[in-house]
Design a protein around this ligand. Structure first.
Ligand SMILES: Cc1cc2nc3c(=O)[nH]c(=O)nc-3n(C[C@H](O)[C@H](O)[C@H](O)COP(=O)(O)OP(=O)(O)OC[C@H]3O[C@@H](n4cnc5c(N)ncnc54)[C@H](O)[C@@H]3O)c2cc1C
Ligand code: SF4
Length: 483
């Protein structure tokens, strides 16, 4: 703890944003990171708690008190070393992680939490600017070949660790660019894609081979999940070619809303709408881009994905944007004694909401209503009803039916599962409930100990929070063992 009285002397200073009218004109990031002096003061606020709750609140267990102290002392070089010990990609998490560490911070009990995420952001941006983020190729190679299927943050982190442990790693990605939802879900205004390209170059220099446009396994017809693949490789080929296969395909099936009128034009999954815009920003030609320009947009779903639809619609120039949430409006402030150090239940207003959006809570959609005349195949309105929750059950409020004008409806109600045919191809159960329940014990042999053979293995690495690839790793068939 560099400054014993830091938390008494300094207020929390949040990162600044560019003004709304300015940022709505571009797809660029608009968060203005802390300057050096601000970051040092924010680091000084950390009390270096004997039991650092921030550290266990963080999904990758970042060693937060140590890097806070190093930033306070101006030792940025060691700060990035500490941060990289637990986090492969702090430039991603420093931008888009919801920061459960801050909810868990001891200062959050009766004051404002240490601005951990903004400090992390400052450390990694400085490290890249100073040229401190360099490839770390393995000194010794194991001679083992590992395939990573899916290039989202889980797959990328796993691939980097495996390559650094000396294995020959190939990442397979069905889409045309690397990054998973970081690339095609999260809009550029939240995270510019040059951050992914830079890491990809680092990983290539570490020996990772990237194969885009290649689908592994099998693909169902009529699947609305983004799939740019030009080539398919089946599971048998993968097992023949690699010592181990890691499935890191994410959870791509969107939750649907099968109410009357669902088939109308203008009703789309968020993950049909958002990838198109990200591709356009990347310079791709997109046929029939779904545009919100001049439209009354209703986003169904009150989470991060919904919020990204709001920000994207406003940048398109929507006539109005309304976001529905089925649950009642949470309180503005959490009940800290009740919730700390856990993720609190409270109203969350994102930067996209601040850019212009009506929010409706405790509202359910009963039907999508078609237009008339030439618009009869298109959505023109939504029929809704207010709901209440009684004893955990949703009950409609009599007489609260209403129609909302809508010519674009975006479904952002979460994701239910990975694409089943890919799991089937590898003989994996389709539900997490049916997956073997074991502690995550993926141990990665390092170069010196793994000169003996590894049995073929298929591992599933799915991360709920995207920096935790190993949180869900398991070894149901075959193991990483020295035989
Ligand atoms: C719009 C949106 C906004 C979000 N915002 C945030 C946020 O602000 N903060 C946050 O923490 N989280 C956010 N998330 C969640 C976060 O992006 C995901 O949790 C995370 O990307 C999951 O990582 P993953 O690597 O498990 O899977 P994914 O990112 O889904 O990557 C899986 C990859 O595998 C590929 N793939 C799948 N099957 C195959 C196959 N058979 N063959 C080849 N390739 C395959 C897919 O094409 C994809 O590229 C957001 C999600 C969305 C959709
Ligand atoms: S809980 Fe907060 S004050 Fe305590 S060590 Fe972590 S960041 Fe510092």
């Amino acid at each position: 703890m560099g400054k014993v009285t830091g938390f008494l002397e300094f207020e929390r200073v949040p990162e600044a944003y560019e003004p709304v009218p300015q940022r709505l004109k571009t797809w660029k990031e608009f968060v203005i990171g802390l300057n050096e002096e601000q970051a040092r003061q924010q680091g000084a606020r950390c009390m270096d708690c004997g039991t650092p709750f921030c550290n266990s609140g963080c999904p990758v267990n970042n060693i937060i008190p140590d890097f806070n102290d190093l930033v306070f002392r101006g030792d940025w070089r060691n700060a990035i070393e500490v941060l990289h010990q637990t986090n492969n990609f702090p430039e991603f998490t420093g931008r888009v992680c919801p920061a459960p560490c801050e909810a868990a911070c001891t200062l959050n009990v009766n004051d404002d939490a240490v601005g951990i995420k903004s400090i992390e952001h400052a450390i990694i941006d400085r490290a890249w600017a100073e040229g401190w983020v360099l490839p770390q190729p393995a000194a010794l190679k194991t001679g083992r070949k590992v395939a990573v299927v899916g290039s989202g943050p889980a797959g990328l982190a796993a691939a980097q660790q495996l390559a650094r442990a000396g294995h020959a790693v190939t990442v397979f990605e069905k889409n045309s660019r690397i990054g998973g939802l970081l690339r095609y879900g999260i809009p550029d205004f939240k995270m510019e894609k040059s951050h992914i390209d830079r890491r990809m170059a680092q990983m290539q220099a570490e020996g990772v081979d990237f194969r885009t446009g290649v689908l592994v396994g099998a693909w169902p017809e009529d699947c609305k999940v983004t799939n740019d693949a030009l080539q398919t490789i089946d599971a048998a080929q993968m097992h023949a070619e690699f010592d181990a296969v890691l499935l890191t395909g994410g959870s791509e099936i969107s939750r649907d809303l099968p109410v009357p009128g669902r088939e109308l034009d203008g009703v789309h999954f968020a993950m049909e709408f958002l990838p198109m815009q990200n591709k356009v920003v990347a310079g791709d030609k997109v046929k029939g881009q779904i545009s919100a320009a001049g439209k009354h947009v209703v986003v169904i779903g009150g989470g991060d994905t919904g919020s990204d639809c709001v920000g994207t619609s406003n940048r398109h120039g929507a006539a109005s944007v309304t976001q529905f949430e089925l649950m009642p409006q949470p309180p503005e402030h959490e009940n800290r004694p009740l919730t700390w150090p856990y993720w609190p239940y409270k109203l969350r207003t994102s930067s996209s909401h601040d850019e212009g959006c009506e929010r409706a809570f405790a509202i359910a959609t009963k039907a999508f209503v078609a237009g008339s005349g030439k618009d009869k195949g298109r959505v023109a309105a939504l029929r809704t009803v207010n709901v209440e929750w009684q004893g955990g059950k949703m009950v409609e409020v009599a007489g609260s039916e209403k129609e909302y004008k809508a010519d674009l409806v975006l479904l952002a109600m979460g994701f239910v599962a990975p694409v089943a045919s890919v799991l089937d191809a590898f003989g994996w159960p389709r539900t997490t409930a049916a997956m073997p329940r074991r502690r995550p014990t993926l141990s990665m042999p390092t170069a010196p100990v793994s000169t003996r053979s590894l049995r073929p293995a298929t591992c599933v690495a799915a991360s709920r929070w995207w920096c935790g690839p190993f949180a869900k790793a398991d070894r149901p068939r075959g193991r990483w063992t020295n035989s």
